[in-house]
Design a protein around this ligand. Structure first.
Ligand code: GRF
Length: 194
């Protein structure tokens, strides 16, 4: 059986990337990670890729704060196409993808967000849930479209908000759920393709 070919993009510590690589290593996910790319040179996610012998690429971010330059995004899309990537997995990637990637990978880019979308899109979704007095929240895997956290939902996992939660404890509980949900959702993509 051939493996679902993935690329993972991130900007931070890479705990979701690690969970995906561990699921592959443990035979729970019939996929291979062709490349991990990050727009932050010292991001933990690049270290994790190296630890798992996956090609790790630094994407020079250019002058914008919230997106890549068109040129660097187009170069990334070409590279991922050359690597025959089938599914692009965003795992804490802090830049909004635009036409070059969205057109190269239509309905083939997914993201994980720390709330039960459509509730609490945007930054620090766990804090938004706490501030709103929600009694439960969670995480969502969704397709990436031109909006922010607005694409079609592929999977969700709920976590309780406990009476004494701080932003930190709630965020940590959501991240545990993310590390379960993301490999499971990607395994569904792998199964559908097979
Ligand atoms: C995750 O918590 C995810 O919800 C958000 O970014 C975070 C990335 O964490 N989109 P990590 O780099 O995978 O540890």
């Amino acid at each position: 059986m051939s493996l679902l070919r993935l690329a993972i993009l991130g900007s931070g510590k890479g705990s979701n990337c690690r969970a995906i690589l561990e699921a592959i290593r443990d035979g729970k996910l019939a996929a291979e990670v062709r490349m991990v790319a990050a727009d932050v040179q010292e991001a933990g996610i690049l270290q994790i890729a190296r630890e798992f012998d996956v090609p790790a690429m630094y994407l020079p971010p250019g002058s914008y704060r919230t997106r890549l330059t068109s040129e660097s995004e187009a170069a990334l899309a070409r590279l991922l196409q050359e690597a025959k990537v089938e599914l692009v997995v965003l795992a804490g990637f802090m830049r909004v993808l635009k036409a070059p990637m969205l057109e190269a990978f239509p309905q083939r880019i997914i993201n994980i967000h720390p709330s039960l979308l459509p509730k609490f899109p945007g930054l620090e979704a766990w804090r938004q849930a706490l501030d709103a007095g929600a009694t439960e929240t969670g995480c969502t895997v969704h397709y990436v479209d031109a909006g922010v956290d607005s694409g079609e939902i592929v999977g969700q996992q709920t976590v309780p908000v406990l009476p004494n939660d701080t932003a930190e404890t709630l965020h940590a509980r959501i991240q545990v759920a993310e590390r379960e949900l993301y490999p499971q959702v990607i395994a569904r993509f792998a199964a559908d393709r097979a």
